[in-house]
Design a protein around this ligand. Sequence first.
Ligand code: GDP
Ligand code: IMO
Ligand code: MG
Length: 436
Amino acid sequence: MQVLAVLGGQWGDEGKGKVVDLLAERFDIVARYHGGHNAGHTVKFGSRHFALHLLPAGIVRGRPSVIGPGVVVDLDALEAEIEQVAAAGVPVGDQLLLSDRAVVILPYHRLVDAARERAAGAAKIGTTLRGIGPAYESLAARTAIRVADLFRAETLAARVAAVHAETGALLRALGEPGVPEPETVTASLRAAAARLERHVVDTGRFLRDRLRAGATLLAEGAHGAMLDLSAGTYPFVTSSHCTSGAVACGLSIAPRALDASLLVLKAYSTRVGSGPFPTELLDATGEFLRKRGNEYGTSTGRPRRTGWFDAVVARTAVELSGAEAVAITKLDCLDELDEIPISVAYRLDGRTVTDIPPLAEDVARLEPVLETLPGWKTTTTGVTRYEDLPSAARRYVARLEDVVGAPAVLVSTGPRREETVWRGDLPFLQGLPSPR
Ligand code: GDP
Ligand code: IMO
Ligand code: MG
C-alpha cells in the first residue's frame, strides 16, 4: 500500500487526528487535501496535547506535511498555528509544504460567513465562522486569490480590490457596515506571504515526483461524510467534498494513485452545528455521552450534540469512500452503559428507509430503528489487546463491523496514542508500510 486516505465517516470529530498520528510513523508524507481551519484534529501522547487545524498531523512526527491545492488557507491562522506547535516543542521547518494553488481565505470571506449566519437566524447552518464556504465560493467563481497570487504585487492589489467591491456590496445588503479597505488587506497578505514564502511550492509536482520514486503518502481527511458538500445532509454541510473522491483533486495526483481508504467511526454519534441528526439524544443519556466523551468542539469549543451509532450513516460513508477498513474510536466512552442501542435503519411515513434521503427536512423526520446490544460495565480505557476487551465490547465491535460492511482494524480505547487496539491479524494492517 503506497497511498492511504483516512476519512471521517459521520459528522466530523471521529478521532481522525489520533488515527492519522498513529499511522504517520509508517508513511513518508502526510497531506491535507480539503477544508481549512474549520477542522480540529487532536493528537495526544504521554502528557503532550496538540490541537491541529490546518497543519497536517504528520507535522508532529516530523514528516513532510503538505497543505494541498484543495485546502482553503487563512494565513493568520496558519502562522498562529505554526507558532503554537513550535511553542509546544515542534518547530515547523522545511517539512511544511504549502501549495502555490491553495485558496487564500480573506477577511471578506469571514465577514460574509458571519453576516449570512446572522441573517439566517434560526435557519443558520452553525458554521465555524471561519470563512470556509465563501472562500470556496470565490474559487468556483474564479475570483479567488491563490497562494501564488500573493507574490505578484501588481495583480494582487487589483484582485483584492475586485473581491472587496463584490463582497462589499453583498455585506452591505446583509447589514454588515464595516468592510476592511483593500489596501489594508493587501498589505497584510503580502507581509504574511513574505513570512510563509519558504514553505510555498508546487505541491502537486512534489507529490507526483515522490510517488513515482516510491514514496508513501497518507492523505488526512477532515470533517466527515455527512458534511460532504454533495453526499451530506445538505444544506447543513461544509463546502468541500469529504469522501475519498476529493483526494486526487485536492492534491493534484491521479485518482488511481489512491490504494485504500480507512474510515474513522466514533462508537456513537456526534454533530456540531445545526442540521438533522436522526439518532440524537436530547436527554440525560445524551448529556452523559457529552461529558464522558468530552464532546466539546476542538475548533470552536461548542458543545457537540450526541446520539447513538447510526449504521445507515456509517455504511453509506463506507460505500462513498470505498473504505476497505474502519477504525472504531471512543469505545471506552460507552463503558458505563447498561445497554447500547444502535440504529440499523429508519422509519419514515410508515416505510422502512435504509438510505439518507436527499432533503434535510425528511432526514429530520427519520425515526431510528434501534437494536439494543448489552453493555460491558467495566473499564476498557487503555486496553491494547483485542482479547483483553470484555466479550460484550467485542460483540459490539463485531456488530458494527457487520452493519457497516468493513472490518475494524483499529479500536481506540482512550485519546492517547498508547490507548489503542491494533487488529494486526487482519490483512489490511499487514498491507500497510512498516513503522520506522
Ligand atoms: P477529529 O476531528 O476527527 O480529528 O477528532 P477531534 O480531535 O476533533 O475529536 C476527537 C476527540 O476525542 C479528541 O478530544 C480526542 O482526543 C478524543 N479521542 C479520540 N479517540 C478517543 C478514544 O478512543 N477515547 C476517548 N476517550 N477519547 C478519544
Ligand atoms: P473535523 O475535521 C465537526 C461543521 C460545522 C457546521 C458545518 C459547516 O475536526 O472533523 P463550515 O465552517 O465548515 O462552513 O461549517 O460543518 N464542521 C465540522 N464539524 N468537525 C469538523 O471538522 C467540522 N468542519 C466543519 O460545525 O455544522
Ligand atoms: Mg475535530
